[in-house]
Design a protein around this ligand. Structure first.
Ligand code: AMP
Ligand code: ZN
Length: 112
């Protein structure tokens, strides 16, 4: 499958790995928007948040466990934001489900 994030998980394209377990892979965003900007992806290819279902939703739970661990390791004690963009209106550019962990500075209230 021609998927950028599947290739990063497989080590075929370099990525700055931050965390890995059986289900989850996390790496630094190549174009960081905040001092800490890490992408969390399921190791199984799920194309978008719109494709989450009862069969694969366990990956989302695993991802949020990993986010909590990494956020603590990165010292984000004052908080952070987790974002997933979905589809055209959501400006999703890579069609492999991913959650952005953004932090390390005061974020704005703007969400759109
Ligand atoms: P989205 O726009 O929500 O689909 O997010 C895709 C994210 O992937 C963007 O923040 C990009 O900066 C990031 N990205 C694209 N290519 C790479 C790459 N090779 N390594 C790490 N992050 C990437
Ligand atoms: Zn993929």
């Amino acid at each position: 499958m021609d998927c950028l994030f599947c290739k990063i998980i497989a080590g075929e394209i370099p990525g700055k790995k931050v965390y890995e377990d059986e289900n989850v892979y996390a790496f630094e965003d190549i174009n960081p928007q905040t001092p800490v900007h890490i992408l969390f992806v399921p190791k199984e290819h799920i194309s978008a948040a719109s494709e989450i279902n009862s069969e694969n939703s366990k990956y989302v739970a695993h991802i949020f466990e990993a986010i909590a661990k990494v956020a603590a390791q990165k010292g984000l004690k004052d908080g952070f934001r987790v974002v997933t963009n979905c589809g055209e209106h959501g400006c999703q550019s890579v069609k492999h489900l991913h959650f952005h962990l953004l932090g390390g500075q005061q974020l704005t209230e703007k969400m759109n």
